[in-house]
Design a protein around this ligand. Sequence first.
Ligand SMILES: Cc1cc2nc3c(=O)[nH]c(=O)nc-3n(C[C@H](O)[C@H](O)[C@H](O)COP(=O)(O)OP(=O)(O)OC[C@H]3O[C@@H](n4cnc5c(N)ncnc54)[C@H](O)[C@@H]3O)c2cc1C
Length: 290
Amino acid sequence: MFDHIECFYRPSTLREALVLLHKTGKRGAIVAGATDIVTRADRTPRFFIDVTHLGLDYVRKKGRGCTIGAATTMMGLEKSPIINRLAGGILAKAAATCGSIQNRNMATVGGNLANASPAADTAPVLLALDAQLVAVNSRRKRRIPLDEFYTGPHRTVLNGELIEEILIPPLPGGRSGWSFQKLGRTETDISLVNAAAGLQADSRGRIKWVHIALGAVGPMPLRAREAENLLQGNALSEDSITRAGGAVMNQVSPISDGRASAEYRREMSRILVQRALRECAVQAGFPIMN
Ligand SMILES: Cc1cc2nc3c(=O)[nH]c(=O)nc-3n(C[C@H](O)[C@H](O)[C@H](O)COP(=O)(O)OP(=O)(O)OC[C@H]3O[C@@H](n4cnc5c(N)ncnc54)[C@H](O)[C@@H]3O)c2cc1C
């Protein structure tokens, strides 16, 4: 499988990894848990640069937000008290659905994002949480809003850079609610559709802040901005949730494949977002009556 690989580097500092990344250029590839890279048909890389020994496996609280090292595993997210307390624990919930225990012990959050699968399970959550990525190479370090990170299926704006960490900004507190929804053949299968939502309401149940994101319904994970705009400033009600679901169906552009038809995915995008919003409403203290 890896007979085209001439050398597997295991640097122990970020600086060493960046020098290797620079030296190997287009023939070098970053590898973390290797749970995606093993499935690749691309035989261009000649050198693997392992980023799992650089001290990038951490979760740190930062005010009402946090920073997550790119090499943090899905199991690390699942087990982290900080991630379980953040935004109703939706990132921990998403991480817990990323395949088997064996997979989650190896799979990293940086790999999940950099792989840029439209169906990646941490992506809609991190989009809904307004996450930014810190990307670094031997010459510069920059912040990339996750919303501007993807350019297509398995394509990103990374240019000879590695993701060092993920920043989650301070999130709304008070009357807020959060939800992660996943539809797969089984609970830990790759998503047919996934969705994440977060909202904050005022004391009368009017929506002050709302973010909705989806995966596996387009070439890349996306924010459902039309639905957000419809909800913003309005009361949490069955009617507003129905209209938001309609807007989501209009915005998504799923494909048909061996797992599901485009029509099914489109319909399920509506249902998952409506479920997510209802769950958020309950947590915010304004349950929606059917
Ligand atoms: C059986 C199985 C089940 C799975 N189920 C799910 C699932 O339910 N949900 C889901 O979302 N995924 C699933 N996956 C996919 C995979 O496990 C995840 O996407 C995982 O998070 C990838 O992380 P990794 O560390 O293994 O990445 P790797 O395979 O090591 O790398 C993936 C890509 O990211 C790049 N990369 C890795 N780290 C960095 C970094 N720090 N900076 C820049 N580039 C980097 C690599 O160069 C490569 O291009 C599954 C995979 C398998 C094999």
